[in-house]
Design a protein around this ligand. Structure first.
Ligand code: HDE
Length: 702
């Protein structure tokens, strides 16, 4: 088996449990009471043209149920997509934790993961600039464990009491509910300017991390420092990391905005389709483990969620792998009704006093009560643990269990003392606490700039350019000049050059003097330029073709890509089949006008004189090429297809001439004749590199 698993796992325990409630609705139509119905198109009425009758119970039940279909969307993270899978630990972590699922390498623990955007409503577009949620429910033998993380390792605020303020600031403005799913508006930046603890996270939000190429290509972080506890009751601080096996890759800003219109479900669809294809998303779980004795060895507070622990200081230990291999059956029942909660922990995993985490431990249960309509939401199929549930909690709306017996209290003798207090219970870590009741932020939480600078210093040049443009875009959308100025003032504490560059783009007077000198430190692990770039697995390639295409050349290219797990789609002006020069035909996968270059990772022009002549005069095809070039994607052409590149509005490039096997210039790879192997290799290398960031794109009109 390759390092990317492709086998569909046999049903696990959670899957078998869900099977008991799966319903295919393939029997005769009935009411909810099971009474058969023979007409669901006409309501019962007094005569053909008469009024509808109240006694039409089928009509009333159908309409009433419909009227009550909606539940409140999540107050944040409303839009999401989810999948089932499993997690397996590489080696026992018993030295640090007694959690069963982290100590038995032979065990596959079922999981459900929900990815999400934060600010937008349920119907908003996937590719907006935003944080992505990365929430994992482990259905362990000892109960459910939820790791409710994000794709960025820090957060906007330090104390949960500020969360409603922050969310009110970033959400659409309350008078007109504008803008939807956008951080580029006055209220958010007003909050940022007045609350500088947001700055480190704002650097992440303005970076490429906020526009991931795919949920399969983004990291996940637990954010807070948590605590592992072993059999002996000894604690170890831990930071959780998920690392995608495909590398961490992003889109470019212009592309994300276009995808928002062309395919608002871009990230959801990508997750769904890859699982349907058997190309299962995989992530490695890593841990930064910090002995309690080292709690105060850092120049920041481990309890401060606006800080990372640089990997160069505490390396990430690979711990296990998660594979997502099954799509849900029903979006509402599973992805919408899943209820995560930071306090869903199992023995061996515990909290710290991070004030943000403490607040979350309150908020998540509270929110499920309103969202899912009462205290029995754990009985919903997707939420039910695979571990036995047995307690004296009773009744409430939507109670699905039929509890037997006379006793629902403890202690009892009439019910044989059941449920009894079992072995191996959850025991809270015995941390000593002592202090006066005060409302005061710790002095150790006061530095808001150093790690923002650390993040900036760690970026590659293209990443830094993107970040600067993002600040200019977002602040440029703010109508209030003082809001822009205040943020620039803070940026001047992060980095003088950045502050000046941002100011210049938004009509703010650039700060004359450096406020806080840049400390010069960096953490290379923070840059996506240092991610994995050696695989094209699951990448999507558009091949442009028309009548007269070199069908054999396209088929050979498709096969060469398929071997590496990359998919080729043939796009032509019309759907159907193309006649090839040699008398063969080639199936068109999609018509050019139904798709767009922004929905692919690369654009390739097929060979064949007739095809090339037609495409060279097709504005839409030329736009595919120019746009892919603008978005720094690999662009390629085979044989006569090279002529189409010449017709496209690209800068002067070195293209293959007669007899050239493979020529690569700025990620534009061309091939005229002979064995195409060299071309395949050059193209694959460019595609694995994701984007060609040093390309000259300024003059390309797309
Ligand atoms: Fe959340 N967050 N959050 N959050 N959060 C919710 O819970 C909250 C925070 C995160 O796919 C809500 O069920 C508070 C950090 C994810 O269902 C709510 C605070 C991180 C999801 C809530 C935070 C997250 C949520 C809304 C500050 C990353 C989606 C609906 C104290 C570590 C889970 C819901 C899913 C969802 C509260 C901060 C991640 C209201 C009060 C930090 C991934 O309970």
């Amino acid at each position: 088996m390759s390092e990317f698993s492709r086998d569909q796992e046999a049903a696990d325990e959670k899957d078998r449990q869900l099977d008991q409630v799966r319903d295919a609705s393939d029997e005769a139509l009935t009411t909810n009471t099971g009474v058969r119905v023979d007409d669901t198109d006409n309501s019962l009425s007094a005569g053909e043209r008469g009024p509808t009758l109240m006694e039409d119970f089928h009509f009333r039940e159908k309409i009433t149920h419909f009227d009550h279909e909606r539940i409140p969307e999540r107050v944040v993270h409303a839009r999401g997509a989810g999948a089932y899978g499993y997690f397996q630990v590489y080696e026992s972590m018993a030295r640090y934790t007694r959690a069963d699922f982290l100590t038995d390498p032979g065990l596959r623990t079922p999981v459900f993961v929900r990815f999400s955007t934060v600010a937008g409503s349920r119907g908003s577009a996937d590719t907006v600039r935003d944080v992505r949620g990365f929430a994992t429910k482990f259905y362990t033998r000892e109960g459910n464990y939820d790791l409710v993380g994000n794709n960025m390792p820090v957060f906007f605020i330090q104390d949960g009491i500020k969360f409603p303020d922050f969310v009110h600031a970033v959400k659409p403005e309350p008078d007109n509910e504008i803008p939807q799913a956008q951080s580029a508006h006055d209220t958010l930046w007003d909050f940022v300017g007045l609350q500088p603890e947001t700055l480190h996270m704002m650097m992440w939000l303005m970076s490429d991390r906020a526009i991931p190429r795919s949920y399969r290509m983004m990291q996940g972080f637990g954010v807070h420092t948590f605590r592992l506890v072993n059999e002996r009751g000894e604690g170890t601080f831990v930071k959780f990391h998920w690392t995608p096996l495909l590398g961490t890759h992003s889109l470019v800003w212009d592309e994300t905005q276009k995808i928002g219109g062309k395919d608002p479900d871009f990230n959801r669809r990508d997750l769904w389709d890859s699982i349907e294809r058997g190309q299962f998303p995989e992530y490695e779980l890593g841990m930064q483990l910090i002995p309690e004795s080292k709690e105060f060895d850092f120049d920041f507070d481990l309890l401060d969620p606006t800080k990372i622990v640089p990997e160069e200081q505490v390396p990430v230990t690979p711990v296990g792998k998660m594979v997502l291999n099954r799509n849900p059956d029903n979006f509402f029942a599973e992805t919408e009704q899943i209820a995560f909660h930071t306090a869903h922990v199992v023995p061996g995993i515990d909290f710290t006093n991070d004030p943000l985490l403490q607040a979350r431990n309150f908020s998540y249960l509270d929110t499920q009560l309103i969202r899912l309509g009462g205290p029995n939401f754990q009985q919903l199929p997707v939420n039910r643990p695979v571990a036995e549930v047995s307690n004296n909690q009773r009744d409430g709306y939507n109670q699905h269990s039929v509890h037997r017996g006379r006793t629902s209290y403890f202690p009892n003798s009439l019910g044989s003392g059941c449920p009894y207090l079992g072995e191996a219970p959850y025991t809270h870590y015995q941390e000593r606490v002592d202090g006066a009741k005060i409302r005061k932020r710790s002095e150790s939480f006061k530095d808001h700039y150093s790690q923002a600078t650390l993040f900036l210093n760690s970026l590659s040049d293209p990443e830094r350019t993107h970040l600067t443009s993002a600040f200019q875009f977002e602040l440029g959308k703010c109508e209030t000049m003082e809001v822009r100025e205040r943020v620039v003032g803070h940026l001047n504490h992060v980095d003088h050059t950045l502050a000046r560059a941002v100011a210049q783009g938004i009509g703010v007077t650039p700060p004359a003097a450096e406020e806080t000198p840049n400390h010069g430190r960096s953490s290379p692990a923070l840059s996506q330029a240092n991610t994995r770039m050696d695989t094209v697995y699951s990448r999507q390639i558009a091949v442009l073709a028309d009548e007269g295409v070199d069908a054999a050349g396209v088929t050979r290219f498709r096969e060469a890509m398929a071997v590496q797990g990359a998919a080729v789609e043939v796009l032509a002006p019309n759907d159907g089949r193309l006649s090839a020069a040699d008398g063969q035909t080639l199936a068109v996968d999609r018509a050019l006008h139904t798709m767009s270059s922004v929905l692919y990772d690369a654009v390739v022009v097929a060979g064949g004189a007739g095809s090339a002549a037609s495409l060279a005069g097709n504005g839409l095809a030329l736009n595919y090429i120019a746009e892919a070039f603008k978005h720094a994607k690999p662009v390629a052409a085979l044989q006569e297809g090279v002529g189409v590149l010449e017709a496209a509005p690209l800068p002067r490039l070195r293209l293959a001439g007669d007899g050239d096997a493979a020529v690569a210039d700025q990620g534009v790879i061309t091939h005229r004749s002979g064995d195409p192997e060299e071309f395949y290799t050059a193209f694959t290398r460019a595609l694995a590199g994701h984007r060609v960031w040093d390309r000259q794109t300024a003059a390309v009109p797309a």
